[in-house]
Design a protein around this ligand. Structure first.
Ligand SMILES: O=C(O)CCC(=O)C(=O)O
Length: 301
């Protein structure tokens, strides 16, 4: 099977995009082993971290909200399928909003199971940002490669992203993909210390590193990997693990949310917490110097 990945069509399970993300369920409850695995792999895939029933309940709530806000769900199909109405737009659902903080959604994103996980993993009390990146990703859309540090790197050095799909997600619907090795290979060191230390608001940059997902692996190394996510499954990673998504090529909305957790005692990035988190402040981002180089390179191809 082929999927769209950045600028290319790739064979799923090939060297260009593998399906070998390994889960860490055998390590759950063993903080040292989980942290070792994170240090080695740069990600933790946890199957059924959330209660699948709660994930599917939240999915229904989110889809009903989307339908009511912008009529973007095809009324002739079951709500739970999340079929896209032609030419419709999904409502903006990012931030601290009625839908991110709806009890059904919060029961997943801030559920006891997630806090139990992070409290064990950090070995201390954890906290999460109030801001949630709840996304409905439409057809022919995917996420370019980036390190999360550039968006939220002002606080804890132990900040982690956790990516939660609301429902079953296959790579043709747009799954998260990790460039495995990008967090620790020496060949990425310069990138981690240049682009990877930038701040979109301070520097007025656009954040993502490149749409050329295969190009970055060719140039710097690492191995792109993704997987199918069942309801309840999540993937976690640190601020310097390069990731992207496959492109959603289906007629269904891809519903997912990225949230952040850190030790409660650590400093926190002020943009993402409080009653009305301020979020990003930059406007009209300019391409990063490294993006200009990339764009020049790809337009020569
Ligand atoms: O869901 C996506 O497409 C992107 C998510 C992401 O980049 C993240 O979780 O940091």
């Amino acid at each position: 099977m082929t999927v769209t990945f950045g600028l290319n069509e790739v064979e799923l399970g090939s060297n260009e995009l593998g399906t070998d993300l390994r889960d860490c369920n055998d390590l759950l409850g063993d903080a040292a082993a989980l942290r070792d695995r994170m240090a080695k792999d740069g990600y933790l895939l946890v199957r059924q971290l959330h209660d699948p029933k709660l994930v599917l309940k939240a999915r229904t709530t989110i889809l009903a909200y989307m339908r009511d806000q912008t009529q973007c769900i095809d009324p002739n199909t079951p709500l739970i399928d999340g079929m896209i109405t032609n030419d419709s737009k999904a409502p903006n659902m990012m931030g601290k909003t009625d839908i991110t903080h709806h009890p059904d959604v919060k029961a997943v994103l801030e559920g006891q199971r997630v806090f139990d996980f992070f409290n064990t993993y950090f070995g201390e009390t954890s906290r999460t940002f109030d801001y949630k990146w709840l996304r409905a990703v439409g057809k022919d859309t995917g996420t370019a490669a980036h390190y999360d540090f550039v968006y939220m790197g002002r606080g804890s050095e132990r900040l982690h992203t956790i990516w939660t799909p609301f429902g079953r997600l296959t790579p043709e619907q747009g799954t998260l993909a990790m460039l495995v090795g990008s967090h620790n290979l020496a060949s990425f060191e310069k990138l981690r210390n240049t682009y990877g230390k930038s701040d979109v608001d301070r520097d007025g940059t656009s954040g993502h590193f490149t749409h050329d997902l295969l190009g970055i692996a060719r140039e710097f190394g690492g191995q792109w990997q993704t997987t199918t996510f069942e309801p309840g499954d999540v993937i976690l990673f640190g601020m310097h693990a390069m990731h992207a998504s496959t492109t959603n090529t289906t007629n269904q909305w891809r519903i997912s949310c990225d949230t952040r957790f850190q030790p409660a005692a650590d400093p926190i990035d002020e943009r993402w917490v409080g009653k009305n988190p301020i979020g990003h402040t930059h406007t009209n981002p300019k391409p990063n110097a490294w993006q200009v180089k990339k764009l020049a390179t790809s337009s020569q191809r």
